[in-house]
Ligand binder design. Structure first.
Ligand code: UDX
Length: 453
């Protein structure tokens, strides 16, 4: 049977969670302080690109199971279960996560709650946050009791639980409806909170998704350690990629060979420009910062190297373009295909593709960028680059072409047609995603990270 719930924060995480909870049969109200976002969502439009999400939001606005509001009061009156899906970006002057939005969501919501409520935190937070939020919540409830003359306030109790989200952008809907695990950190009223979670996630649990119930700290650490592991796996293969470049070996064959070992696995061994986006880079930095605060900084010093290897790939690609241009980028016409941090997304946060395009431009190249979805976001972050309307416009007269995001549109480009557009047929595959033989047969000189072609 469907439950009522609110989702606070309607960014990538919150709006996906809200729509997917409606799809699982619940009645959901999405809350955000940004009226523009709420207006868009209420019309069934997402403020970002995520395959399948617009359709799902429209479906459940029509079914009556999904609403959006800027009013915390509405959320407090509507439901007894609340999800917290606000952002925790990197702080401007440090590696630590910025907890302003999480704190403000709790401070806005809790004083409005009457009766029995549970807040499930989904945001990625430093370990120790859930306990601090429970203390903050307890203080807010106590001061509301003290202020209130009504008797119902005496009944108010609000428990925090932690329920980290593991969705990948580009696959967010699928990952939320069919997660590969559900983690629940509980400290107060554990069996009651678990019962509620079991009702919320009845469908995935019936499909066999495991539910791991644990303490706050473990649930918070699961999320950051999963992302730290993924980042480490990518940087591992990119470090080996550097050795491949130095020795004449081929990273793609090597990745297939080591990935065939079940203990290693082939996923997340794609060598290239490395990781970016709103999660992996900031999560490993926040993890290091938090470990330092806890006196366990030595434990995670290797993540500095993971970060450094990752950023080095961007520099390496810029120097490959420079070499391909005969040693100087000055006035070279370079086409960068891709601006999003990965395909099927319009997210340019810490995007390796955009970082490379920007660095090439700052080094004097004339850079023409094309991305199937991320042009608007990219032009906000880097307004000085040239943004082409189509891939063909972007290729026009290029001296060097760089594939920086592995969109299907780029993988399926016809090398012969592409050759007719450019000034010089040199392409650098920054994501090891092209059919190298086909491009070479069409007369292209192909270079790639981690391979000697
Ligand atoms: C990640 C986690 O996968 C997800 O579980 C978590 O909830 C949020 O962070 P996301 O940031 O959407 O998800 O992207 P992901 O698919 O993990 O890719 C991250 C980055 O790594 C991208 O820039 C991608 O291009 C890069 N990557 C991925 C590689 O360079 N090589 C690979 O083999 C895989």
């Amino acid at each position: 049977m469907g439950m009522r719930m609110s989702v606070i924060g309607t960014g990538y995480l919150g709006s996906t969670h809200a729509a997917c909870m409606a799809e699982l049969g619940h009645e959901v109200i999405g809350v955000d302080v940004d009226p523009h976002k709420i207006e868009l969502l209420s019309r069934g439009e997402t403020p970002f690109f995520e395959p399948g999400l617009d359709g799902l939001i429209r479906k459940h606005i029509s079914s009556g199971r999904l609403h959006f509001t800027t009013s915390y009061q509405e959320a407090a009156d509507f439901a007894n279960v609340h999800f917290l899906g606000v952002g925790t970006p990197q702080q401007k002057n440090s590696y630590a996560a910025d907890m302003t939005f999480v704190r403000s969501a709790v401070t806005n919501l809790v004083p409005l709650l009457r009766g029995r409520h549970i807040i499930f935190g989904k945001s990625t937070v430093p370990v120790g946050t859930a306990r601090v939020l429970q203390q903050l919540t307890d203080r807010l409830v106590a001061s509301q009791d003290a202020d209130s003359s009504t008797t119902d306030a005496w009944e108010t109790s609000v428990d925090i639980a932690w329920n980290p989200e593991f969705l990948r952008e580009g696959h967010a809907v699928q990952d939320t409806i069919h997660p590969d695990r559900i983690v629940l950190g509980v400290e107060n009223s554990p069996s009651e909170v678990e019962d509620v979670a079991r009702k919320i996630y009845a469908q995935p649990l019936a499909e066999g998704t495991p539910l791991l119930v644990t303490d706050f700290a473990t649930s918070e650490l699961v999320k950051v350690s999963a992302n730290a592991f993924l980042a480490t796996k990518i940087s591992f293969i990119n470090a080996v990629s550097e050795v491949c470049e130095a020795s004449g070996a081929d990273i793609t064959v090597l990745a297939d060979a080591i990935g065939a070992d079940e203990r290693i696995g082939r996923k997340f061994l794609n060598a290239g420009l490395g990781f970016g986006g709103g999660c992996l880079p900031k999560d490993i930095r926040a993890f290091m910062a938090r470990a330092g605060e806890l006196g366990a900084d030595q434990a995670l010093t290797f993540l500095r190297e993971v970060d450094a290897i990752n950023l080095r790939r961007r520099e390496r690609l810029v120097s490959m373009v420079k070499d391909a241009c005969g040693g100087s980028l000055h006035d070279a016409r370079v086409t960068v295909l891709g601006a999003a941090f990965k395909p099927e997304s319009d997210d340019v946060r810490d995007s390796p593709a955009l970082a490379v395009a920007g660095a090439l431009s700052l080094a004097g190249a004339q850079v023409s960028v094309y991305d199937p979805q991320a042009m608007t976001n990219a032009s906000k972050v880097f307004p000085t680059l040239m943004y082409a309307d189509t891939v063909w416009d972007a290729l026009h007269n290029a001296d060097v072409v760089v594939v920086a995001t592995e969109w299907t549109e780029f993988k399926q480009l016809d090398p012969s047609e592409a050759r007719a557009c450019v000034a010089s047929p040199t392409i650098i595959d920054g994501r090891n995603c092209l059919d190298v033989d086909a491009w070479m047969q069409a007369g292209w000189s192909v270079r790639a990270l981690g391979r000697s072609l």
